[in-house]
Design a protein around this ligand. Structure first.
Ligand code: NAP
Length: 544
C-alpha cells in the first residue's frame, strides 16, 4: 500500500492546536501519516517540548522533519537545535514513526551525522523503541546531477528504512524517470517530482509501489504541486490505482485550462474503468510534442494508452502517428488534423478526430428540436474560422448534407482550407460535397439556417475575449441554429447576439462533451455513463 502523508508546517508552539486539528481532518479524509514540518519551530526556544506534544498527540503515525534551507526548507539553525528535535521525536511516548534526515547530513562526519546514524540503527533494530529513518534528497532547481548514484547510495545504507528522492520536474518527461527509480527500488522508496509537471508522479505512486505520496494541508503545501488529500482520494481515486491502471493524457500548450482531465476521470470513475487522464504540457514545437509522447510510450509499465490532443498539436498528432507507422482514420485525414491518439494493446497507434462528432451530434439534436425532418440536409450553413475547429465544422456540415460557406478573418486561408477540404471530400465521399469560401466582408445581408462560430474570438483568456467575428450585416433569425465552439465563457458575444435574435443556441460546452464522449468510446469501447454533464463556474476556474 502507498501511504498518503499530509505535510503540515508548524512554525511556532502556538500553532500546535491548529496543526493537530488539520491532521485530524486529513485523517477523516483518508490520510495515513502526518509529516510535521518543524523547520522554523526547531529554531524556537522550547522546541523539544513542542515537538514532543506534536508527536504524542498526533492523530496519525507521524514523520518529523527539519528541512534545511539548502534542500528547500526553512531551517538554518545549529546542529544542536536539530538534534534536540530528533531526540524529542525518539523519546516521545509513543515515538515518531519516522524522522526524515537529508542524505548530506546523514553522511557528514559531524555530530549531526553521527546522531542521525545512531537514530537510524536504533530504529532498524526493530524493537519499536525509536523512529525509523527516511533518508532524503531534494533538488528544487531541476533533476539532480548523478541521480542514479545518489539513490544507489541511499539504498546501500543498511539501517535507514526508506529512501526518498524529490526534484522539480522540468518537463512531464521527468515523471517517467521517477517511475523508473520506483521500479528498480532496492528498499521502500519515495520518488516524486515537484512543480506543475510533477502531478503524475504524485498520483501514480501506487502504480509503481511508491512508499508514500504527499498531500498539502494549506494553499501552498510544503512543496509545489502537492494535491490535497480530498483531491487524491475523491478525484483521482488514489486507493484504486494499481500496477495495471492505464494512463491517458491531454497534450496541449498551454494545458492548464483544460477540462478534459475532470470530465474523462469522472467518466472512468463512474464506468469503473481502471484508467486516469492527466493534463500534460507538451511545449509548442513538433520536437517537444514528439519527445513527450516518445517518453510516455517508452515505459511499458506506465501502460500509456492514448491521449486527447489540443492546440497547437492537432497536425503534429497525425505526423507522429504516421512516423510510427500507425493508422490515421478517414475523418482525421479528411479534416487534416487529429485530436485523439489511441494505443492498441499491441502498441499500434491510431489517430482520429472527435471534433467532427463534437460539432455534428449537438447540431443534429438542435435540428431535430427545430423540427427539421431532414436534419441538416439542404440547409445553408456558415462556418466562421478556418483553423482546426473550422475545418471540423465544415466537414461535419458538408457530410450532413448542408450547403457550407466558410469565412475567415484571413480570407486567403479560408480559400486554401476550403480547396484542401474539397479535395479530401472528393477522394473519400461517395456523393459530391463542396465547401465555398467567402470573405467575411462579402457576406453582406446573407441569411443562413446554421452558423457555427469556430474561431477563438470570444474566449476568455484569449486575444479577443469581447469579439464577435460575425459581421453586423449578416441577419440572425429566430428560426436558425447558432453554435459557438468556444466554451469558456458559456455565453460568448456571438451567442449573446444570437440569443437576442431568438436563435436556437448550441453552446461550446455541448461540443466539448460530445467530442470527449467520442474519445471515451474510442478508448473503452463503450458509451460514457452520462453525457448530461453540467459545468460549474466560479471566479477562477471551471470545474465539473
Ligand atoms: P486555430 O486552429 O488556431 O484557428 C483559430 C481561428 O480563429 C482562425 O480561423 C483565426 O483566424 C480565427 N481567429 C482568431 N482570433 C480571431 C479574431 N479575433 N477574430 C476573428 N477570427 C479570429 O484554433 P482552433 O483549433 O480552430 O480553435 C478555435 C477555438 O475553438 C478555440 O477557442 C478552441 O478552444 C475552440 N475549440 C473548442 C472545442 C470544444 O470542444 N468546444 C474543440 C476544439 C476547439 P485567422 O486565420 O485569420 O488567424
Amino acid at each position: 500500500m502507498t501511504f498518503i502523508a499530509i505535510a503540515v508546517p508548524v512554525a511556532r508552539a502556538d500553532q500546535i492546536g491548529a496543526a493537530l486539528e488539520t491532521a485530524r481532518l486529513a485523517k477523516a479524509q483518508g490520510a495515513d501519516l502526518v509529516e510535521w514540518r518543524v523547520d522554523s519551530l526547531a529554531q524556537e526556544p522550547g522546541a523539544s517540548s513542542a515537538v514532543t506534544r506534536l508527536v504524542q498527540d498526533a492523530p496519525l503515525p507521524c514523520i518529523v522533519t527539519v528541512r534545511h534551507v539548502a534542500e528547500g526548507g526553512g531551517f538554518c539553525g545549529t546542529d544542536d537545535q536539530r538534534q534536540q528535535v530528533w531526540a524529542a521525536a525518539c523519546t516521545a511516548h509513543p515515538p515518531a514513526a519516522y524522522v526524515d534526515v537529508e542524505l548530506a547530513t546523514y553522511m557528514s562526519d559531524g555530530i549531526a551525522g553521527e546522531r542521525a546514524r545512531d537514530m537510524s540503527r536504533l530504529g532498524a533494530s526493530g524493537n519499536g523503541n525509536g523512529p525509523r529513518v527516511i533518508l532524503s534528497f531534494h533538488d528544487f532547481d531541476g533533476r539532480p546531477a548523478g541521480l542514479s548514484a545518489r539513490i544507489a547510495e541511499m539504498w546501500s545504507d543498511p539501517s535507514s528504512a526508506v529512501s526518498k528522492i524529490v526534484w522539480t520536474a522540468r518537463t512531464p518527461r521527468d515523471n517517467t524517470e521517477a517511475f523508473e527509480v520506483l521500479v528498480g527500488r532496492a528498499k521502500p522508496t519515495i520518488a516524486l517530482c515537484m512543480g506543475e509537471h510533477g502531478l503524475m508522479s504524485r498520483v501514480l505512486a501506487p502504480k509503481f509501489g511508491g512508499f508514500l505520496t504527499y498531500a498539502r494541508s494549506d494553499a501552498q503545501g510544503t512543496a509545489p504541486g502537492q494535491p490535497t488529500v480530498e483531491e487524491l482520494v475523491q478525484q483521482w481515486g488514489f486507493r484504486s490505482i494499481g500496477p495495471r491502471t492505464r494512463v491517458y493524457g491531454v497534450l496541449a500548450h498551454p494545458v492548464g485550462h483544460s477540462r478534459s482531465p475532470a470530465l474523462h476521470n469522472r467518466w472512468f470513475r463512474e464506468a469503473q474503468v481502471d484508467a486516469r487522464l492527466f493534463a500534460i504540457s507538451a511545449g509548442p514545437t513538433w520536437e517537444s510534442f514528439k519527445a513527450t509522447l516518445l517518453e510516455l510510450l517508452s515505459l511499458d509499465a506506465l501502460h500509456f494508452s492514448g491521449c486527447a490532443v489540443s492546440v497547437p498539436h492537432k497536425l503534429n498528432a497525425i505526423r507522429f502517428v504516421e512516423e510510427r507507422c500507425g493508422v490515421v482514420d478517414a475523418v482525421a485525414r479528411c479534416i487534416g488534423a487529429a485530436n485523439t491518439i489511441s494505443v492498441a494493446p499491441n502498441g499500434t497507434l491510431c489517430a482520429t478526430n472527435s471534433d467532427l462528432a463534437g460539432i455534428r451530434d449537438p447540431l443534429l439534436r438542435a435540428a431535430m428540436a427545430q423540427g427539421w425532418s431532414d436534419g441538416l440536409a439542404g440547409r445553408r450553413a456558415l462556418v466562421l474560422g478556418a483553423g482546426g475547429a473550422g475545418r471540423a465544422a465544415a466537414v461535419a456540415l458538408a457530410c450532413a448534407g448542408a450547403e457550407v460557406t466558410m469565412a475567415n478573418r484571413t480570407t486567403d486561408r479560408a480559400e486554401s482550407v476550403a480547396a484542401d477540404l474539397n479535395a479530401s471530400l472528393r477522394s473519400c465521399a461517395t456523393t459530391a460535397l463542396s465547401i465555398a469560401a467567402r470573405s467575411l466582408l462579402d457576406l453582406g445581408a446573407t441569411r443562413f439556417d446554421v452558423i457555427v462560430q469556430a474561431t477563438s474570438a470570444g474566449m476568455s483568456g484569449g486575444d479577443a475575449p469581447d469579439a464577435n467575428p460575425l459581421p453586423e450585416t449578416v441577419m440572425l433569425t429566430d428560426g436558425m441554429i447558432a453554435m459557438d465552439v468556444v466554451y469558456t465563457p458559456r455565453m460568448t458575444p456571438f451567442l449573446r447576439r444570437a440569443e437576442r435574435a431568438g436563435a436556437h443556441l448550441v453552446e461550446g460546452w455541448s461540443m466539448f462533451v460530445a467530442q470527449a464522449a467520442q474519445q471515451h468510446r474510442q478508448w473503452t469501447g463503450n458509451d460514457p455513463p452520462s453525457t448530461d454533464v453540467c459545468m460549474d463556474m466560479n471566479a477562477d476556474s471551471v470545474s465539473l
